[in-house]
Design a binder for this molecule. Structure first.
Ligand code: ADP
Ligand code: MG
Length: 576
């Protein structure tokens, strides 16, 4: 075949040839090999004169030159050799390919046109060939083949490049597929899939890649205590190495909530506490659903701030007494220091104030909220992130949604302020360029749902913090519950199997080729297989996730070369 002569596109057996289609309706490829040799999701290359066309197989169709041949079982009517001959001529399988990119490879090496083409490229008269969004079509009967390792590297980047990180491999032929980490951190990204599809494992892999690449600091809101210390896989019972174990304390630090925080018996590097004065009315309003707050709450909060100042209201309210007996005729001043007294004196609805006080008791007793923090723990944490450390914040025993929402919002607000200040200083020529920061949120819909999206710092980050060097990595099993404006901002999307139509639509929002991709998402393997999508990848591709095991850590370790003795810890964790 002609393509064998091309320098960087080695021989791969032809699987068929183009018989029709268009840019809008995908390409039809008549298969010349048994249909079982190709599967939905395969990466296909079509060669047409000077151009290569790349795409994925999105469907397979049985066809016949005349429906009668398909309807009749001719092998029962004809001798076998005749039946085979007839089938070969009349029955076929078409592969539907969604074309995504095209690349000008130039004329054949031995073609008389080649030297002129080569010269034009070298002289800069012709652009250096690079993959472009597909804008035209291959000719009729152009040969199609499965992608070779080099094709995948051509499009998704080479493993040798430090910014490229192997996230998995192609399903049929196991060619490595890279994700460009520089691109990944430029915009917020997401990892989706139903429960048990491998999101947490894949996120560990991604984070290990990011930490080892060392271009961004990572802060993980680890709601289920999965990422810092070692965990046990729920299905296999095996030990799962945590990022702290893998990278050591010099890189990955642990934060816990409350003064005497302890995470699985280990005391964290940071014990995170917040001062009463940190809590704003907005923080409380975010908890409307968790605390079952009434519509009167904002007015009461406003009055509290008016009475006691923004930094003083929470403490003052906490310290007010609640008097059980409500005396309709009592005089102002008869119940000093009580909620009722304050309400009366300030023209606030007394029942509303008392109800709010009762509901906020759930917060008044949190031991990560204190009057006088021993030191600004979160300030130290922010400093560590600025210096390039990575932090896993474990929620430990505080694993309720209430704690997750309150703490992640409080801390993220402080971080946002710090990064905005750094960026503004940097732009004014007064400081260093801020360190890129990736904030990782599990169960993202809890923070980024439609009701909450207008209020949380997280949605601001998803929408505009790119300018300020902060992006999100959201992980979720119900992407349809994430506000669509946030979803459409996500650059790279890594998506495992999803059963729900709304979830599938949410993941595909704002992307081209949705119909074809929709079917692929619904038919992914239930585990450890993902579709890479979105702006952060050159084109959609189906990937079998990289294994997260001792070998993975050995590879990461050898790429890193610091003095942490991972070898030893891996051997104790995976003996033999
Ligand atoms: N990349 C992987 N390497 C090794 N095992 C994996 C991988 N992905 C998933 N698994 C297996 O699948 C199980 C479920 O994965 P997990 O990441 O916990 O799912 P999710 O977070 O989506 O609910 C894990 O306990 C593990 O045994
Ligand atoms: Mg998980």
């Amino acid at each position: 075949m002609a393509e064998m002569k091309h320098n960087n596109h080695p021989a791969q057996a032809t699987i068929g040839y183009v018989v029709g289609g268009g840019l809008k309706e995908n390409l039809n490829i008549r298969l010349t090999v048994p249909a079982q040799e190709v599967q939905e999701g395969s990466f296909i290359v079509v060669e047409s004169s000077d151009w290569l066309f790349y795409g994925i197989a999105t469907d397979l169709l049985l066809g016949a030159t005349d429906p009668r041949f398909a309807d009749e079982q001719s092998q029962q009517r004809l001798p076998p050799h005749l039946a085979n001959l007839l089938h070969g001529q009349t029955l076929f399988t078409n592969l539907v390919m969604m074309p995504a990119l095209m690349l000008e490879r130039g004329p054949e090496l031995d073609s008389p046109r080649y030297p002129a083409w080569q010269q034009a490229v070298e002289a800069g008269e012709k652009e250096e060939p690079r993959p472009l969004p597909v804008k035209t079509l291959p000719a009729h009967h152009s040969p199609a083949r499965l992608a070779a390792r080099e094709d995948i590297a051509q499009i998704f980047g080479n493993e040798e490049d430090k910014a490229n990180f192997v996230i998995g491999s192609t399903r049929e032929q196991d060619h490595p597929v890279c994700l460009n980490l520089e691109k990944l951190i430029q915009r917020s990204a997401g990892v989706f899939g139903a429960t048990g599809t491998g999101k947490s494992f894949l996120t560990r892999i991604l984070l290990a890649g990011l930490i080892s690449h060392d271009r961004a600091s990572v802060l993980v809101y680890d709601m289920h205590n999965e990422y810092g210390l070692d965990d046990t896989a729920s299905d296999t019972g095996q030990n799962v190495i945590g990022l702290r174990t893998g990278f050591g304390r010099s890189k990955v630090q642990l934060a816990g909530l409350g003064r005497d925080a302890s995470i699985r018996g280990t005391s964290p590097d940071f014990s995170l506490v917040f001062s009463y004065s940190d809590i704003t009315p907005e923080d409380i309003e975010l908890l409307t659903r968790e605390l079952n707050l009434r519509e009167t709450t904002p007015a009461t909060l406003e009055a509290l701030v008016h009475s006691f100042s923004l930094s003083g209201w929470f403490k003052a309210f906490k310290e007010m007494k609640t008097d059980e007996a409500v005396d309709e005729d009592r005089e102002p001043g008869s119940m000093p220091g009580s909620v009722s007294q304050w309400a009366l004196e300030n023209g606030v609805n007394e029942m509303a104030a008392k109800a709010l006080h009762t509901k906020l008791k759930r917060l008044f007793n949190k031991d990560y909220l204190v009057d006088q923090p021993p030191r600004d723990a979160y300030q130290e944490l922010i400093e560590a992130l600025k210096k390039g450390k990575h932090i896993v914040l474990s929620f430990g025993k505080y694993d309720s949604d209430l704690d997750y929402l309150l703490v992640s919002n409080l801390l993220t607000r402080k971080i946002r302020a710090a990064w905005e200040e750094m960026t503004n200083n940097f732009r004014a020529g007064k400081g260093n360029e801020p360190r890129q920061l990736v904030i990782v949120v599990e169960e993202a819909h809890k923070l980024l749902n439609r009701e909450m999206a207008s209020q949380t710092t997280f949605s601001t980050i998803a929408r505009e913090m790119r300018k300020y060097y902060v992006t999100l990595l959201v992980i979720d099993q119900r992407p349809s519950r994430i506000y669509d404006e946030v979803m459409s901002q996500l650059g790279t999307r890594i998506c495992g199997w999803l059963g729900d139509d709304d979830d599938i639509s949410a993941v595909l929002s704002g992307l081209g080729g949705r119909e074809a991709l929709r079917g692929m998402l619904a038919r992914l393997q239930p585990k450890e297989e993902v579709l890479l999508l979105g702006w952060g990848v050159p084109m959609p591709i189906l990937v079998r996730s990289r294994r997260y095991d001792a070998d993975f850590w050995k590879t990461i370790r050898s790429a890193k070369g610091d003095d942490f003795d991972l070898e030893k810890s891996v051997n104790t964790l995976w003996p033999g």
